[in-house]
Design a protein around this ligand. Structure first.
Ligand SMILES: [Fe+2]
Ligand SMILES: [Fe+2]
Length: 321
């Protein structure tokens, strides 16, 4: 891949807002984590007040039954959320984005995202998976928390939706799913690490990944701007219908996983149920889902689709299953 090649453009507003305009417009080789990360950031000793995930995204951690057990439980719960987040991200990279790129490489007539751009993203995603794997190993040796690997509930939901469609639409479905996750992930990475007490290596991991994902977001926005208008009426209707389901599947809280975390951290099953019931506010969940989906909502709305409106209805009506 040429040093002159640029995986850039399209995310100007977001980039300027975050002061990273230059990194969006520099050649891929100069800015991509896979070519740039020569050394790994140090892992300082863990402090008891550190957490590994933004606790404002863990409503159950503020419940009195959790608070009364102290900071150690809060830290353990945040390790379990980090574990889920890494598993979700890894599955997205390998099973959604890179699978979609295999299809996208065969879509004719797209000029704003080149084969070089797509293959650079494919390479980045492979590297992110490896980066997280190495992170898990170092994390274990310094903190003694083992971050287990397992499938991610929300990615299982997304893939089930893609696999349930007629065979001729499978490619469309996976490309739609990747367009959703790649335009969401920058903001979820930013949010996941936006907490004062976060253990610094976690913040660094999210920031390194987020810098690449900002460029991926820009490329997927450019891709969607060309791809959606190129679809037949029937294909467009299919994608429009599927998008709100994909966004919901990806963003709805993983309540069974949260319940499992509470039990793993020492609560009885009945107490875990009570904590979930009393701490998860459907209105707040709806607001968080809308915020997290801001970029894809605007993107598909601008492309004349009605999916954003239907997703808003779904988010506002979300209730615990
Ligand atoms: Fe990634
Ligand atoms: Fe990505």
């Amino acid at each position: 891949m040429s040093d002159q090649h640029r995986l850039s453009g399209g995310a100007g507003h977001a980039a300027r807002r975050n002061g990273t305009h230059d990194s969006v417009h520099k050649p891929w080789r100069e800015v991509a984590a896979v070519t740039r990360c020569e050394t790994e950031a140090p892992f300082p000793p863990l402090q008891s007040d550190h957490v590994f995930f933004n606790v404002s995204l863990m409503p159950y951690a503020a419940h009195p039954l959790v608070c009364e057990r102290g900071q150690a439980m809060r830290q353990r719960l945040s390790a379990l959320r980090l574990e889920d987040y890494l598993n979700k991200t890894e599955r997205v990279e390998l099973h959604i984005v890179n699978r979609a790129i295999e299809h996208m490489l065969d879509i004719p007539g797209i000029v704003s995202v080149s084969r070089d751009d797509l293959l650079a993203i494919y390479t980045d995603e492979g590297f992110h998976t490896w980066m997280m794997e190495r992170f898990r190993r170092r994390f274990l040796s310094v903190t003694r928390y083992a971050l287990a690997q397992r499938p991610s509930l929300s990615v299982v939901r997304v893939l089930a939706l893609c696999e349930a469609v007629p065979a001729t639409y499978r490619g469309l479905a996976i490309v739609a799913a990747a367009s959703v996750t790649e335009t969401l992930i920058t903001s979820t990475l930013r949010q996941a690490g936006a907490c004062d007490e976060i253990y610094p290596p976690v913040r660094t991991l999210f920031a390194e990944h987020g810098a690449d994902e900002m460029r991926h977001q820009a490329a997927f926005v450019r891709f969607a701007n060309e791809w959606v208008p190129s679809l037949s009426t029937k294909e467009r209707e299919f994608v429009d219908e599927l998008l709100p389901e994909l966004m919901t599947a990806f963003l709805a809280p993983e309540l069974p996983a949260w319940r499992t975390h509470l039990c793993a951290a020492g609560l009885e099953a009945a107490a875990a149920d009570r904590v979930i019931r009393e701490s998860v506010d459907p209105l707040e969940v709806g607001v968080q889902m809308m915020e997290a989906a801001l970029v894809p909502r605007r993107l598909f709305e601008r492309l004349g689709m009605s999916c954003a409106e239907r997703f808003a209805q779904r988010a506002s009506r979300w209730r615990p299953p």
